[in-house]
Design a protein around this ligand. Sequence first.
Ligand SMILES: Cc1ncc(C[n+]2csc(CCOP(=O)(O)OP(=O)(O)O)c2C)c(N)n1
Length: 382
Amino acid sequence: MIESQDFIGVLAEQGIDFFCGVPDSLLKDFCAYLADSCTKDRHIITANEGNAVALASGHYLAAGRPGLVYMQNSGLGNAINPLLSLADAGVYGIPVLLLIGWRGEPGTADEPQHATQGRITPDLLQTLGIPYRILSPDPAGMRECIDHACEYMRTHRSPFALVARKNTFCRYVPRAVPGKEHDVPGFTREEALKIIVDQMAPEDVIVSTTGKVSRELFEYRGSLPGKQPGFLPVVGSMGHASSIVLGIALEHENRTVYCIDGDGSVIMHMGTLGIIGHASPKNFVHIVMNNGTHDSVGGQPTVGFFIRLAEIARASGYTHVARAATEGELRNRLESLRNHDGPVFLEVVISTGSREDLGRPDRSLREIKEEFMDFLQRRSSQ
Ligand SMILES: Cc1ncc(C[n+]2csc(CCOP(=O)(O)OP(=O)(O)O)c2C)c(N)n1
């Protein structure tokens, strides 16, 4: 395994000292080291991976040196447009060094949402015309990979990718526990979710975003007496849960549809807020669990506590917005949301962290989807 410090040291020898991206659990030690060792103008956690490619491109235009963009391989989808229509050799020809966490690598155990992306990652890079190396986990091999990547970028003036397998980077113990500096007194996501679920009516629909929020909801709803089929955990497609909910809400006007979002997720595709506000479905309840971090992948900070999410929702056309930071406030706000036509928005300020023994969906995603569709069908024909 390689030390993040050594990796960054070799990059520095090649003139690469600008880092941006969206965190990934396979790169969490690397991300934690960056957070500890870089100043604010050398390391930026972007809203999505496409933004990171564009940001590194701007850095190159200004500095004449490539930047490094890190991401989970799921983020390649977000990055493809600027990779092909900005950085590509046939367009402006901008060298960007990609560091891609390889979730779903064939032969390794991983979640279903990573399987296809994991299988096609090398072919996808090839199709994009982006040469890659699997990042070697030994120091000499790592140096060779970086030298090769930099030589390529110098000659071809276009992106190159380093693909990182699980356990490529050594464990790094951050100076501050990631996320904790953003922590707020208050309650956990799991406690807040239970309060939200408990006040829902049986015919209500709930769709939740990527990461631990979906796992916590799945577990809690599964533990309740009676079947709870009106629930779709959006395990991948980060940032798109609210658009899925919009599609459902427009079709089922007589039932309340909840979107349980995260700060990182809502920020990733924030333009959707204006689209929801403009479409103005009366039955749309948007709840953002704001812990100011990407808690599910290591607790790297988002701008969730810097911006005012509820104010942004109000300015985006939501009819009613509120904020809750305690259990009592949450109960109160949920009560008052019911008196307003949607789209309504509730920001719930929570602390970071989750249970160690948190489970994962124990049924296939296809099965969960079928059950969800049956639920919507059945209820609407009653
Ligand atoms: C396009 C994409 N980029 C990155 C990831 C990796 N990822 C999974 S969950 C997550 C963090 C989500 O943060 P937030 O919505 O704030 O929820 P929290 O984890 O804090 O509950 C990230 C970055 C992903 N799944 N998809």
